[in-house]
Ligand binder design. Structure first.
Ligand SMILES: O=C(O)Cc1cc(O)ccc1O
Ligand SMILES: [Fe+2]
Length: 438
C-alpha cells in the first residue's frame, strides 16, 4: 500500500471524505434527514455519552449500509489460543522468558486466527484488566473483518508489514511502528509473508499520551507524529463477508453480504492511529544515575489511582548514554508492577543473549530481576565515555499495575518457555571485600 495519506495529531477532531464522493460529510450537523449520496449516518461511541469533554470520544461514520445488517453471531473456532482464562495454570512467580514464538509455516493462518494469548489479568465484563497476545500468521485476512468489544489493541509488529484496512481508511505499519485500534473499530490485516508481533489489550479505557510534568510542553512522543487514516471506501458485495467479534474473551462470527469498509466519510475524535517509534524524543539523565524507565513511556492507559497505569507502553530506543560514575544498565530491582518485555529489533542491553527478537520475558510483581552476569561485569568496568547505545535495536515493555497469569499456551503449548532463564544471574560474582575501594 504505497503512498497512503494520513491525518496528523493525537486525540484531535478530524474529518475526512473519500475524494471520490466530495460533499459526503454533512455540514453543521451529524444526522441530516437524508445523507448525501444515500449514505447512512452511524455514531461509534468510545466513551460514555456523558463523559467529560476531555474524555469524550466518538466518531460519525457515513456509510453505504449501517453496521447492523448482518446475520446472527455464532461462536467462532478460528483461534483456540485466544483466551481470558487466567486460572488454567497454577500461579508462578518465577522469572519467565520465551524464545521467539514460531510463525506457522504450514497451512494458511491469518491475523485473527493467529492470535495467541500469553498472559493477562482481569475481566472484560467488569471492564478492568489487560491481556497480552502475540499474533503469528502468514496469510492475509480475506473477506473478513475483526472488531473487539472488550477493549483496545496496541499492536507492535516485530516481523512483517501489516497493511490494515479499517472503517476509517488504510494504514501501513512496519516493525518499529505501532498501531492502536480501539474498542469496536472494524479492521482487516493483509500481510506479505511470515508475520509476528505483540498486542497489549486494555479493557479499562483508552491510551493517552503521558503527562510531561517538568519536561515541559514538548518531548517523548509528540502529538503530531500520530497518524490517522483518511476515509477510503469499497462498495463490495460478497455473499459471505465474515465479521469476527471478540466479546467477553470469546470469538464470534457473523456473516453479511457486503464489505464493512464502506465508510465514505467520517468525522470525530475516536479513531485508529499509528506511530513511528523512531520519532520518539528521548529524555534521560545527562549527569549521573539511571532514570526509571517511565521516562521512555510512549502511551499510557491510566487507572483511577493517580499516577498508576493499567498499562504503560515503554520503549528502550537508541540514545546517547553519558552518565558519569554510574552503573549505566538497568539496576537490580523488585517492582510492585508487572513487566512484560518484547524485542522488535537487535538486542537488549541488560540481556545480550537469550532475549531475542520475537521472544519475550515476564518479570512479575516483586519478582527480582536485572542485568545478567555478563552485563553486570562488563558495565561495572567499562570506561564511561559518551556512548550511543541500543543502535539498531528496539526493546519495549508493557508495564502493568495488574498481577498477570500466564495462559496454558504460554506455559506449555507454545513450547518456547526457557526453563534455564534463572541461570543468567547465577554467575554474578560475590565481590564483597574488606577493602572499601575495590
Ligand atoms: O527490567 C527491565 O529490564 C526494564 C527496566 C529497565 C530499566 O532501565 C529500569 C527498570 C526496569 O524495570
Ligand atoms: Fe524491570
Amino acid at each position: 500500500m504505497a503512498n497512503l495519506k494520513y491525518l496528523s495529531g493525537f486525540g484531535s477532531e478530524f474529518s475526512s471524505e473519500d475524494p471520490r464522493r466530495p460533499g459526503a460529510l454533512p455540514e453543521g450537523q451529524n444526522s441530516p434527514q437524508r445523507c448525501a449520496y444515500g449514505l447512512y449516518a452511524e455514531q461509534l461511541s468510545g466513551s460514555a455519552f456523558t463523559a467529560s469533554r476531555t474524555e469524550n470520544r466518538r466518531s460519525w461514520l457515513y456509510r453505504i449500509r449501517p453496521s447492523v445488517i448482518h446475520k446472527p453471531f455464532v461462536r467462532s473456532k478460528i483461534s483456540e489460543h485466544l483466551t481470558h482464562k487466567w486460572d488454567d495454570e497454577e500461579p508462578n512467580p518465577n522469572q519467565s522468558r520465551w524464545l521467539p514464538f514460531d510463525i506457522p509455516t504450514q497451512g494458511s493462518v491469518d491475523f485473527a486466527s493467529g492470535l495467541h494469548t500469553v498472559c493477562g489479568a482481569g475481566d472484560p465484563r467488569s471492564r478492568h484488566g489487560i491481556a497480552i497476545h502475540v499474533y503469528l500468521c502468514n496469510t492475509s485476512m480475506e473477506n473478513s473483518a475483526f472488531y473487539n468489544s472488550d477493549g483496545d489493541f496496541l499492536i507492535v509488529p516485530q516481523q512483517g508489514t501489516l497493511n490494515i484496512t479499517t472503517e476509517f481508511g488504510k494504514m501501513e505499519i512496519r516493525p518499529n511502528e505501532i498501531a492502536v485500534i480501539q474498542q469496536g473499530m472494524r479492521f482487516a490485516v493483509a500481510v506479505d509473508g511470515p508475520t509476528r508481533g505483540y498486542i497489549l489489550e486494555v479493557f479499562d479505557g483508552h491510551f493517552k499520551l503521558p503527562d510531561l510534568g517538568p519536561i515541559g510542553a514538548n518531548g517523548l512522543a509528540n502529538p503530531r507524529d500520530f497518524l490517522t487514516p483518511v476515509a477510503y471506501y469499497e462498495d463490495k458485495e460478497v455473499p459471505d463477508f465474515k465479521i469476527i467479534n471478540k466479546y467477553q474473551g470469546a470469538l464470534f462470527e457473523a456473516v453479511q453480504g457486503h464489505s464493512p469498509f464502506d465508510v465514505v466519510a467520517w468525522h470525530g475524535n475516536y479513531v485508529p492511529y499509528k506511530y513511528d517509534l523512531s520519532k520518539f524524543m528521548v529524555i534521560n539523565s545527562v549527569s549521573f544515575d539511571h532514570c526509571d524507565p517511565s521516562i521512555f513511556t510512549v502511551l499510557t492507559c491510566p487507572s483511577t489511582k493517580p499516577g498508576v497505569a493499567i498499562a504503560d507502553f515503554v520503549i528502550f530506543p537508541p540514545r546517547w548514554s553519558v552518565q558519569e560514575n554510574t552503573f549505566r544498565p538497568p539496576y537490580y530491582h523488585r517492582n510492585c508492577m508487572s513487566e512484560f518485555m518484547g524485542l522488535i529489533l537487535g538486542s537488549y542491553e541488560a540481556k545480550e543473549g537469550g532475549f531475542l527478537p520475537g521472544g519475550a520475558s515476564l518479570h512479575s510483581m516483586m519478582t527480582p530481576h536485572g542485568p545478567d552476569a555478563q552485563c553486570f561485569v562488563g558495565a561495572s568496568k567499562e570506561k564511561l565515555v559518551p556512548q550511543k547505545i541500543a543502535v539498531g535495536t528496539q526493546a519495549f515493555m508493557f508495564e502493568s499495575s495488574l498481577s498477570m497469569a500466564i495462559t496454558k499456551w504460554g506455559v506449555e503449548t507454545c513450547k518456547k518457555l526457557d526453563g534455564n532463564y534463572y541461570q543468567c544471574w547465577h554467575n554474578l560474582p560475590k565481590l564483597f571485600s574488606d577493602k572499601i575501594d575495590i
